[in-house]
Design a binder for this molecule. Structure first.
Ligand code: SF4
Ligand code: SF4
Length: 450
C-alpha cells in the first residue's frame, strides 16, 4: 500500500516538472524548459525507490507528514514579518534632483548655474553624461533604425497629450457616494486595460516640492486635491526581455501612452462630474508615482527602486489621477514578503550593467528605509546606449508572466520565508543568474515578422 503512495508522489512531481517545462517552452524560456524537463526525469526517482523498498507504514507517514508541513508552510496564509517604521519620507522630493530634469540642463543658462551652485558635487558627473549621445539618439550604441523612430514617435505623442492633464471643471457638481465612485472608477480603469488600481489620500510627501521638467522648471507644486488614484498597465514580457536593447524602450514608450491615456480619460470624467482632477503622466508629474501607488496598496518599492506589484513585479508603468472628488480609499498593504525576497535575491544588482543597484540591505535615507540606486550611473548608461535599459526589470523573478505556474510560486513567496530562499535559487537554476536577453529576431519571429 505504502508503495503506491510513493509512486503517486513520483507521478505528481513528474507531472509538475513537465508542466513547468511546457509552460517555459511556451514563454520562449528555452533554458528553463530544458532544465525542468531534465529535473522531471530525476525528481521522482527517490520516491520510486521508496516505493520499491516498500518501507513501513510509520516511515511512509513520517515522510508524508514532512511533505504536508512543507506545503502548508508555503500556502497557509499567516502574518509574516513587518516592514515597520520609516516608510514615510520626512519631506517632499524636488523633481529638479531627478536625472530626467538634470539631463536637460543647458550649460551657461541660469537654471544650470543655480542648480550646480546648490549641488557642486553633481556637476562633473552630469556634464559627462550630457556629453553622451542621449536617449533615442542615432549616435547611441544600441541605435536601431526601425525601432528608435517608433519610440520617438510615441514620446512625441505623449508630448502632445501633456496639454490635457488638467482642464475646466463642470459647474454643476454631482452628488457622489465615495464608495460607489471609487468602485466605478476602478472598474472603468480595469475594463480599459489597467492591471491594478488603488486609491489613497493624497499626502504631502507624495508631491514634488518643485517641478523639474522643461517649461514648468522651478515652479513650486501646489496641489490641494485630497485623493489620488494610481493605476498600472502591463509591459509586454517579450519586449521587456529584449532589455537593454531597443525593443524595451519602445515598450516603455507604448505603455507610457496607454497609462497616460487612461489617466487623462479618468481625470476628464471626474471633471465632468464637477470635481477638480489632474492626470499625472510621463513628464507631467506633480506627484512621485511609485510612492502614491505603494500607499494605494499596489505594491512595495524593491531593491531596484521601482514599484513591485504582486501581479507582475516591476513590469508595469504607473499613472496617477489626483482629485478633489471624495473617494473611498484602499488600505496600504504591507508586503513584507517582497522586501524579504529582495534581501535574498539581489539578481538585479548582479546584472545591472552600470552597477547602480546596491547589493546590501536597505538604508535609512531621509527617514525612510529603502534601497537607493545610483541614478547618475544608471542614467549615464541610458545616455550612452540610447535606451532606458530596463535590464533589472527584465530579470526580476517577480516579472514572470501572470500564469498559474508563476502564481503558484508567488503564493509560496508570499507565505514562506523558507520558500523565498528556495525560489530565489530555483529562479537562478531555471533562468540563469544572468539570463540572456531575448534577441530582436526572436521577438519579431514570435510576432510573425521575421
Ligand atoms: S531582481 Fe530580485 S532583488 Fe531585484 S527587485 Fe527583483 S526581486 Fe528584488
Ligand atoms: S535600468 Fe539598467 S542601468 Fe539602470 S538600474 Fe536598471 S539595470 Fe541598472
Amino acid at each position: 500500500m505504502t508503495g503506491w503512495i510513493f509512486y503517486g508522489l513520483a507521478g505528481l512531481f513528474f507531472l509538475l516538472s513537465q508542466y513547468a517545462a511546457i509552460e517555459s517552452w511556451r514563454e520562449r524560456e528555452g533554458r528553463a524548459a530544458r532544465r525542468f524537463f531534465v529535473a522531471g526525469m530525476h525528481l521522482p526517482l527517490p520516491f520510486v525507490v521508496l516505493g520499491l523498498l516498500d518501507v513501513s507504514g510509520a516511515w511512509a507517514l513520517g515522510i508524508l507528514g514532512v511533505l504536508v508541513l512543507v506545503a502548508g508552510d508555503m500556502f497557509f496564509p499567516r502574518r509574516g514579518g513587518t516592514i515597520g517604521e520609516g516608510i514615510v519620507p520626512r519631506g517632499r522630493i524636488d523633481e529638479r534632483d531627478t536625472m530626467f530634469s538634470r539631463v536637460d540642463l543647458v550649460a551657461g543658462t541660469r537654471p544650470y548655474q543655480a542648480y550646480y551652485h546648490r549641488h557642486p558635487g553633481r556637476k562633473k558627473g552630469d556634464d559627462r553624461l550630457r556629453a553622451n549621445p542621449g536617449l533615442l539618439s542615432s549616435a547611441a550604441s544600441f541605435y536601431d533604425p526601425h525601432i528608435f523612430p517608433a519610440a520617438r514617435a510615441n514620446f512625441e505623442l505623449i508630448e502632445y497629450n501633456r496639454a490635457y492633464v488638467d482642464g475646466e471643471v463642470a459647474e454643476q457638481q454631482l452628488s457622489v457616494d465615495p464608495c460607489f465612485l471609487a468602485r466605478y472608477l476602478k472598474q472603468l480603469a480595469r475594463k480599459y486595460g489597467a492591471v491594478s488600481v488603488g486609491i489613497t489620500r493624497l499626502q504631502d510627501y507624495h508631491l514634488y516640492s518643485y517641478r523639474g521638467r522643461r517649461h514648468h522648471y522651478g515652479e513650486p507644486v501646489d496641489n490641494d486635491h485630497g485623493y489620488a488614484l494610481a493605476l498600472t498597465v502591463e509591459m509586454d514580457h517579450d519586449y521587456v526581455r529584449n532589455a537593454p536593447y531597443a525593443l524595451s524602450v519602445l515598450e516603455s514608450s507604448r505603455q507610457y501612452i496607454r497609462s497616460g491615456l487612461l489617466a487623462l480619460w479618468l481625470a476628464r470624467i471626474i471633471r465632468d462630474m464637477g470635481y477638480a482632477a489632474r492626470a499625472h503622466i510621463d513628464g507631467e508629474y506633480e506627484v512621485v508615482c511609485p510612492l502614491v501607488a505603494r500607499d494605494a496598496g499596489l505594491g512595495e518599492i524593491g531593491r531596484m527602486g521601482l514599484l513591485m506589484t504582486p501581479e507582475l513585479g516591476p513590469r508595469v508603468r504607473i499613472a496617477v489621477v489626483t482629485t478633489s472628488a471624495p473617494l473611498q480609499v484602499d488600505d496600504r498593504q504591507e508586503r513584507y514578503s517582497m522586501i524579504d525576497f529582495c534581501l535574498k535575491c539581489r539578481k538585479c544588482a548582479d546584472v545591472c550593467p552600470s552597477r547602480a543597484i546596491p547589493f546590501g540591505g536597505r538604508e535609512n535615507i531621509d527617514g525612510v528605509w529603502r534601497w537607493q540606486i545610483d541614478q547618475q550611473a544608471c542614467f549615464t548608461y541610458w545616455t550612452r546606449t540610447g535606451t532606458d535599459c530596463a535590464r533589472c526589470m527584465s530579470v526580476c523573478p517577480f516579472s514572470h508572466p501572470n500564469t498559474p505556474l508563476h502564481n503558484l510560486v508567488r503564493q509560496g513567496i508570499n507565505h514562506s520565508g523558507l520558500f523565498r530562499t528556495f525560489a530565489a535559487r530555483m529562479d537562478d537554476f531555471a533562468y540563469g543568474r544572468k539570463p540572456k536577453p531575448l534577441t530582436r529576431t526572436e521577438v519579431m519571429r514570435a510576432e510573425g515578422l521575421d
